[in-house]
Design a protein around this ligand. Structure first.
Ligand code: 2PG
Ligand code: MG
Length: 430
């Protein structure tokens, strides 16, 4: 048995310049390390990270969470078998009286859980994705990347209401080619912008638009300007993150100074999908507007992927209970708090016929664990933010390494997780 011999917490920094938790685990000579990510547009039922409050760093320091790693988590895990992830996660979960992990801190929990997973792979001398997949030597799915071009909502001071305007390149032959295409689209979308326009939290261009639809139209035009055919090579995708602007049963589009009903929101997003070759929409309605999510999915789910993020918060029970409210689940480890809970949410998605998109958070680091979870668990889609900034490129570049290492065994997911748009439009409606 490879026992955990030591486990320590460390206070490090994330991509927003905020403290976060790193955990380092040793099993004899083998080491595993992981850093907790952090969201900005969070679902209300997510596992809860521990922040110190007070005035330092806007109350976001994590000294208590780091201390919890050393004082609570380490004594519970040292001596356990590093290969037994379920026992490790059960021990972490048992430390907290609440399923939200608020006392221990989901940031402490997720970093510890992932660090153990890395250490277990190290004891086997395998890359983490391989260690998760087991000994099978068949083809390996390399997921379709969903890459941000404009960032809005909570990631850009609410400059526009829509949070993520993204592209996917299912027509590419490989993950590497999908990145090449996306980089050209990113460049085309930024052409003519002044340097001072800057970027949003995940590296997408700052969204200087007078209306939400202008951003979608500009994105569609950038696909054409970069030389790709919308609907054939590349499709658009949106994370509306509608929970962020749902108030008293209505959707407040602050940029356009109007508020609209659930039915009007469904009509608006459905029209955008039809007009702009949008193949995937995340959280088109708010997390508490479950009937709205159901109605949107009933109307559009046979031609557009409908992803639940705030709706499901990577929670297996919620996925099973609300399986008719979307067609895919966003999978974020820190929403669940442990690797085992994350895997359970993915299994629940599969058991209910839903797709899965393994996703980063808006607050990230150089940690690449999610690349390995996505490949090791066979997820067909992967969402990380833009094609710029080191905390994002760390993940894209790691995926490139995995794809390259597989040679002919790599099978790029391409169109497999998506519906092909019925019509091909170039650059949106005329
Ligand atoms: C999301 C993520 C990534 P955050 O909403 O899907 O874009 O954002 O990490 O802020 O929740
Ligand atoms: Mg989201």
């Amino acid at each position: 048995m490879n026992a955990i011999t030591s486990l320590t917490g460390r206070r490090v920094w994330d991509s927003r310049g905020r403290p976060t938790v790193e955990v380092e685990v040793h099993s004899g000579p083998h080491t595993g390390r992981a850093i907790a990510p952090a969201g900005a547009s969070t679902g209300s039922a997510e596992a809860v990270e521990r922040r110190d409050g007070g005035s330092a760093f806007g109350g976001r320091d994590v000294r208590q969470a780091v201390a919890n790693v050393d004082r609570l988590i380490a004594p519970a895990l040292v001596g356990l078998c590093v290969d037994d992830q379920q026992a490790i996660d059960a021990a972490i979960e048992a430390l907290d009286p609440s399923p939200s992990l608020a006392t221990v801190g989901a940031n402490a929990a997720v970093a510890a859980s992932l660090a153990c997973l890395h250490a277990a792979a190290a004891t086997r001398g395998e890359p983490l994705w391989q260690s998760l997949r087991g000994s099978d030597d068949g083809d390996v799915v390399i997921p379709l990347p969903e890459i941000q071009i404009f960032g809005g909502g909570a990631h850009a001071g609410r400059r526009i209401d829509i949070q993520d305007l993204m592209v996917m390149a299912p027509g590419a032959a490989s993950f590497a080619e999908a990145l090449d295409w996306t980089a050209e689209i990113y460049r085309a979308a930024g052409a003519g912008r002044t340097g001072s326009a800057g970027v949003a939290d995940e590296g997408g261009w700052w969204p200087d638009f007078a209306a939400n639809e202008d951003a979608i139209e500009t994105l569609a035009a950038a696909v054409g300007a970069a030389g790709f055919v919308l609907g054939r090579d590349v499709v658009l995708s949106l994370d509306i993150a509608a929970s962020e602007f749902w108030h008293d049963g209505r959707y407040r589009l602050a940029l356009e100074d109007r508020d609209i009903s659930t039915d009007e929101m469904i009509e608006l997003v459905s029209r955008w999908c039809r007009d702009y070759s949008i193949a995937s929409v995340e959280d088109p309605l708010g997390e508490h507007d479950v009937d709205g999510m159901r109605a949107f999915t009933a109307a559009m789910g046979d031609r557009v992927q409908v992803i639940g993020d705030d709706l499901y918060v990577t929670n297996a029970a919620r996925v099973a209970d609300l399986a008719d409210a979307a067609t895919a689940v966003l999978v974020k480890v820190n929403q669940a708090g442990t690797v085992t809970r994350t895997r359970a949410a993915l299994d629940a998605a599969r058991a209910n016929g839903l797709g899965a998109v393994v996703s980063a958070r808006s607050g990230e680091s150089e940690d690449v664990s999610i690349v390995h979870l996505a490949v090791g668990w066979g997820a067909a889609q992967f969402k990380v933010g833009s094609i710029t900034r080191g905390e994002r490129t760390a993940k894209w570049n790691e995926m490139l390494r995995v794809e390259e290492s597989l040679g002919r065994r790599a099978r790029f997911a391409g169109w497999q997780p998506l519906h092909r748009p019925a019509t091909t439009s170039v650059g949106g409606p005329s």
